[in-house]
Write a protein that binds this ligand. Sequence first.
Ligand code: ACO
Length: 329
Amino acid sequence: MALVASGSAQANQTISNADLSERVQTSDEWIRTRTGIQSRRVSTPDESLNDLAIRAGAKALEMAHWEPDTLDMVLLATSTPDDLFGSAPKVQAGLKAHNAVAFDLTAACSGFLFALVTAAQYLRTGAMQRVLVIGADQLSRFVDWDDRSTCVLFGDGAGAVALEATSAEADGLLGFRLRSDGSRGHSLTLPQIPTSLPLVNTTRHQCGGYLPIQMNGQEVYKFAVREVPAILKELLEQTSTTPEQLDWLLLHQANQRILDAVADRFSIPHSKVLSNLANYGNTSASTIPLMLDEAVRDGRVAPGHLLASSGFGAGLSWGAALLRWQGPA
Ligand code: ACO
């Protein structure tokens, strides 16, 4: 599987830390020092998840110089679909990828990495030749904008990568590890509304809909700084790679302190840690491809570069992958 091209899309509105302090009791100083975030992008009410995903996907196709109808699959990693039955088919239609099968994959902030590894299986078996993996989320729909402990963290966005089948020697997925632990899932949830309504006679039914994001920030923080270095260590051992061989560390963008702690654990210079948290906050499944696309387009990530990537988040779920960026032909 070769990583051929990338694309991304930003939500329409920019909300600064100062803007948020108009709504909740917080400050630019608190948010910047605790998280590294300075502003985040939030979709306008008329901007759908599908819009973001289609824009990001179209840019990746453009970079790859691929006609949309040459795609075999569109895999959409999202926790915030426009339609609970699945948003990927609408994205497939919007991209005019008429020959592609399309479905959603949900694994919160690990979603993009899980989808990338899933796509690789189709490509490696020869079942498919070209796949578009999109990570897109609009957590702004599910944030309690009056809860200062969560609302300062999240934003909206989308990122995409175009993947192509290749020979085993040229495979750009050099190794991966994926993990889940539902027994710890309570520390970060976007749960169903726990309300039931009368149906007929004595029967009842559950009401559809979701509560805002519920998070124990300290538990999630501890989980991230423990599990991300551990899984990266396993990945490096599995692939006989030393931290010095890495060109970039491409982590889920949740908190600058988490990025710094992981880099320090491997003595990786902070200059090799890709970060765009300051401008976007945590955009869930979109952070990794959004960050990758920025770095590809400004030339930091170049063909042949080796990246260690790790995603982590609700589930709890986490994973790591060692990737070689190929770039367009
Ligand atoms: N502004 C000002 N004060 C605040 C704010 C705020 N926005 N939020 C919390 N505080 C206060 C708290 O009330 C608390 O006050 P108290 O001491 O009087 O009770 C104090 O600041 C410290 O709060 P802590 O929660 O201890 O702050 P901490 O240093 O742990 O930072 C944070 C909180 C930033 C949330 C951190 O724990 C974190 O980043 N956790 C990881 C979160 C994460 O990554 N989540 C996403 C995972 S990915 C996914 O799947 C969606």
